[in-house]
Design a protein around this ligand. Structure first.
Ligand code: MN
Length: 746
């Protein structure tokens, strides 16, 4: 074929690939970004447009439109977020590896490795398929992979949001079944993700489009109600806006005042989740004030509070404490003379833009003509968050736990609390001091003993609120309690506590398993070399002795059965085996606990951290999942709770032999004076009692001490308390539970 002819054909094909309508739409989009992106980069975008059009040539969408219209519109959505040219090129090429003959190498060669990385992320994402009916495991797998692809480069997230938005806008051509599946996925995952990444503008569109498919009736009803009485509501709103404008101006504040539209999904949510009525929601007037700088934000707040009556408890300052998704604004609620409630948001122009585009603001203007800078660490925060979600749910976790982690991270709002030094710590709503401790550092969490909120001792399950100042008291002897899992709310605390229990249980099981094997061998007058033991272990299907011992110790594997092949026949009678086991249990129990269990088989024994029983105290055991038998005092307040399942209560007795020491918690009240502490220390040392922990504070003339001492039993304790109470100026000495620490000191 002659050369000229070949070129002509190409040109002709190109003309078909890009129809005049498509070209026109491309030009329209480009016109909007000419001011933001320089000419050289615009040329790259044009090149990508032709490359994609060629690759997709001949392909159509289900609607019959040329396929290129999809990547083009995805790019169009992204230009509204003002992202960089790399993201725009990634958007144009996002489907070509998945759907055409082009490869990632082609993309890398033409557009560089960064664009290729974005396309790769999108390709991986599109291979995943969400199915609400599939097992929890498969869903968990889906999300894990999704987050991993996104974590490569956060611009993948942006492209994915735009891709999903365009697909949602053009969903009506799909079969109903697919519409529902895609809408559900959008509502379950993409809308909350868009919220988490601060892209408000895309978030509400995704929600409203999903609602329209998932609950057609409700959607239509909301649409009707919103149009009803619209004029009346708009009059009231305009009146409020007008008043605000006049007063802001007279205070010399240059401000834009706007009414805010209420999105259908948010109305839907308020009705269904919070039980509000249409009237309550629609009568609420929503206003936004946009000003030049932060000082003006607070001035404008003053104006609003002067003009209308503030509903005080409704004020939030997200300027001083930005939300995790970078959102900043002042929120307040006020009431006008006619009794309308008005929700006012006050923010700068830049804050307003960030509220709309969120994470996208990070790439804005960087390569363009403006020099505006968005803080670098915001991006790091997002990566850290993604990593945390992915890592907080490592393989050992069940799918159920992963989904829980993901939901905690996606759907909870946040609170902001402070360390004693004033460092800001961000936690999910309804967090406790334990969540706080783990957020500060895992080691702090694992050694947490007590907590103070705003200077007062509080129980560890206290709920924290915005602005609380939190202090954690730690002790080298403290360790997590299984109870914590009932009230912690952050994924980090939850996974660290669980890991702690898995770890300690595992170590106990190994120790017990090894002991059981040795005893069984001895009973059979057998000796085994390391090599023989390894063979035995492998023969039982375990790779390492540790995992074998752990299985034996946990009761999943019977030593007897394993040894049966080795011995040839069972020589032990059942009685003998039981005797061996019981004698082993006695040894282990003595070593670990000083407590005898009547007729129980469990080997792990721990003391309730709440009431710290002492020999002489009347005690009872509680069979606790993950901790074995936990011994409490009969009068421990926790026992009242626990005895709801009486089958878990176990009779236990003291079986103390020489030298054992027990922790006991005391509180001492006295009038403060010089040398009080020294006199106390003298008493302790004379009685040879060691103090594990001491906390002494003065409140005016009153000194309050909380301390943990080590004693042999109740007898020694009462002698000690007697002696201490005779120290000059000491008013009262009492034995306390951990939970008591809270209420009484005020
Ligand atoms: Mn796509």
């Amino acid at each position: 074929m002659p050369k000229e002819l070949e070129i002509e054909t190409d040109v002709e094909e190109l003309a078909i690939v890009i129809t005049p309508e498509v070209q026109k739409r491309f030009d329209e989009i480009i016109t909007q970004i000419r001011d933001e992106i320089d000419e050289k980069r615009i040329e790259q975008i044009e090149k990508a447009f032709h490359f994609a059009a060629n690759a997709h040539s001949g392909q159509t969408r289900i609607s019959g439109d040329p396929y290129i219209t999809h990547p083009l519109e995805v790019m169009g959505i992204l230009t509204e977020l003002h992202v960089d040219s790399v993201t725009l090129i990634g958007a144009l090429l996002h489907d070509i590896v998945e759907d055409t003959g082009s490869t990632l190498d082609d993309v890398a060669q033409e557009f560089g490795p960064v664009v290729a990385l974005l396309v790769e992320g999108m390709t991986k994402l599109s291979a995943l398929r969400y199915d609400t009916r599939s097992s929890e495991e498969r869903q968990a797998e889906y999300f894990r992979k999704m987050l991993l692809s996104m974590a490569q480069d956060l611009r993948v997230v942006m492209i994915k949001f735009a891709d999903r938005l365009h697909n949602m806008r053009t969903l009506e051509v799909m079969p109903i079944k697919s519409q529902i599946r895609i809408a559900q996925e959008t509502l379950d995952i993409y809308a909350p993700l868009a919220h988490r990444f601060g892209v408000g503008k895309i978030k509400w569109q995704l929600e409203d489009l999903s609602l329209r498919i998932l609950d057609k009736v409700a959607y239509r009803r909301i649409a009707e109600r919103v149009t009803m009485d619209r004029d009346e509501r708009e009059n009231a709103l305009n009146n409020v806006i007008e008043q605000l404008k006049i007063h802001l101006k007279s205070e010399g504040i240059n401000a834009e005042v706007l009414g805010r539209a209420k999105h259908f999904f948010s109305i839907y949510n308020k009705i269904n989740r919070r039980g509000k009525s249409f009237e309550e929601i629609l009568d609420l007037l929503a206003v936004r004030i946009i000003v030049a700088d932060i000082p003006d934000c607070y001035k404008a707040l003053g104006v609003a509070h002067n003009l209308f009556t503030p509903i005080v408890e409704r004020f939030s300052d997200y300027i001083a404490m930005p939300k995790g998704n970078m959102y900043q604004s002042l929120h307040t609620k006020v009431m006008d003379k006619e009794g309308h409630t008005i929700e006012v948001q006050i923010r700068t122009r830049e804050m307003d833009e960030i509220a709309e585009v969120g994470i996208a603001a990070h790439w804005r203007y960087k390569e363009g003509k403006s020099s505006r800078i968005i803080r670098e660490d915001n991006l790091k925060d997002y990566y850290r968050w993604l990593r945390q979600v992915i890592e907080g749910s490592k393989e050992e976790d069940s799918s159920e736990e992963f989904m829980q982690t993901l939901k905690i991270n996606l759907f909870t709002d946040e609170i902001y609390v402070f360390t004693p030094k004033g460092k800001l710590i961000r936690l999910p709503k309804e967090s406790s001091p334990v969540d706080f401790a783990f957020a500060v550092h895992s080691d702090v969490g694992l050694k947490t003993l007590g907590s103070k909120v705003n200077g007062k001792m509080v129980p560890l399950n206290t709920r924290l609120f915005n602005g609380d100042s939190v202090e954690i008291l730690t002790s080298a002897n403290a360790h997590p309690s299984a109870d914590w899992l009932r009230f912690v709310n952050s994924s980090k605390a939850r996974s660290k506590i669980k890991r702690y229990f898995k770890q300690t249980q595992f170590e106990d099981s190994i120790r017990i398993g090894e002991e059981l094997l040795q005893r069984e061998l001895k009973a059979n007058k057998l000796k085994m070399s390391r090599k023989e033991i390894l063979d035995l272990v492998n023969g039982a299907g375990h790779e390492s002795p540790e995992s074998f011992y752990a299985a034996v110790g946990a009761g999943d594997l019977s030593v007897k059965r394993v040894l049966k092949d080795v011995i040839g026949e069972v020589t032990q009678t059942i009685e003998k085996r039981n005797a061996a086991r019981q004698s082993l249990m006695r040894t282990l129990k003595r070593d670990t606990s000083n407590v005898r269990v009547k007729g129980a088989d469990n080997l792990m024994i721990a003391f309730g951290n709440c009431c710290s029983p002492l020999p002489g105290d009347r005690i009872i055991g509680y069979l606790s999942k993950g901790r074995g038998i936990v011994v409490h005092r009969n009068d421990c307040p926790n026992i009242a709770d626990l005895s709801k399942d009486p089958e878990k209560l176990v009779d236990v007795d003291w079986d103390v032999h020489g030298g054992s020491l027990f922790n006991c918690r005391l509180r001492i009240y006295g009038e403060d004076r010089n040398n009080l502490l020294k006199d106390m220390a003298d008493v302790f040392s004379k009685m040879k009692v060691s103090v594990v922990e001491l906390n002494l504070r003065s409140e005016g003339s009153l000194a309050v001490g909380t301390l943990v001492v080590q004693v042999k039993g109740l007898g020694q304790l009462s002698r000690l308390m007697n002696r201490v109470s005779k120290i000059q100026n000491i008013v009262k000495v009492e034995r306390i539970n951990v939970a008591d620490v809270a209420e009484k000191i005020v």
